[in-house]
Design a protein. Structure first.
Length: 228
């Protein structure tokens, strides 16, 4: 059995491969913007900082896209990855939490350009309920259940405090939401019918500072040993 992207649902594809797909898509889009129509696996992999072998293995999970002696058609490969990622359709999103970060998401222009359209925002704060963010009215969280009953929602972005997350997850699941994009610090468990993606901004920052610290240590050791 295959899914809508033509990939066998029985085939287990590693998360590392899946997480590289948006990078391929972004790099190929940049090439199209520069009117580059063909590229070899060696050239594309060098641009991305991975090996050509790794790139070919990644893409072979989804089919055969290149031709020996020709390389890849940039437009064709871009279109195939777009299809694999499901970007050939529109996704209806809502935001739960209209604070600073929620407003930043609602105002980010590239979402709509990729087919992700924010339709509604919800919050518990009377000071923001009834206001508008990028043309979207902030509704009271008490209206969430009725909104879901009358509107198609694919994904809900959670940007509210951790202690308020658990109470809305079941409501989202019962309302037919297919995916939860969780920016809170709460470790939630999604129901079986919902796909959960946790985004940990602080984890990413701490990983960065770890790497910065390691580079500092290496530089100090080299200096102590007399290296330039």
């Amino acid at each position: 059995m295959v899914n809508s992207s033509g990939v066998s649902v029985d085939k287990k594809i590693s998360m590392a491969v899946i997480q590289r797909l948006p990078r391929y898509y972004r790099y190929l889009g940049d090439l199209l913007d520069r009117d580059i129509t063909r590229i070899s696996s060696k050239e594309l992999s060098e641009r991305m900082g991975i090996t050509a072998s790794q790139m070919r293995q990644d893409l072979n999970n989804f089919g055969s896209f290149g031709q020996q002696g020709y390389g890849y058609s940039v437009e064709l490969l871009y279109g195939e990855i777009k299809r694999i990622l499901g970007l050939d359709r529109t996704y209806h999103l809502i935001i739960i939490g209209a604070g600073n970060f929620g407003q930043t998401l609602a105002n980010y222009r590239n979402f709509a350009e990729r087919g992700y359209v924010f339709r509604a925002m919800f919050d518990t704060n009377p000071a923001v309920i009834g206001t508008y963010v990028n043309g979207i009215e902030v509704r009271g969280i008490v209206h969430l259940e009725s909104y879901l009953a009358n509107n198609l929602v694919d994904v809900a972005a959670l940007t509210l405090p951790a202690d308020a997350v658990a109470s809305v997850v079941q409501t989202l699941s019962d309302g037919g939401v297919k995916g939860i994009w969780n920016f809170s610090n709460s470790e939630i468990k999604a129901p079986p019918n919902v796909v959960l993606e946790n985004v940990r901004l602080m984890d990413s920052l701490m990983t960065l500072t770890y790497r910065v610290n390691q580079e500092d240590i290496v530089c100090r050791l080299k200096a102590a040993e007399g290296y330039d």
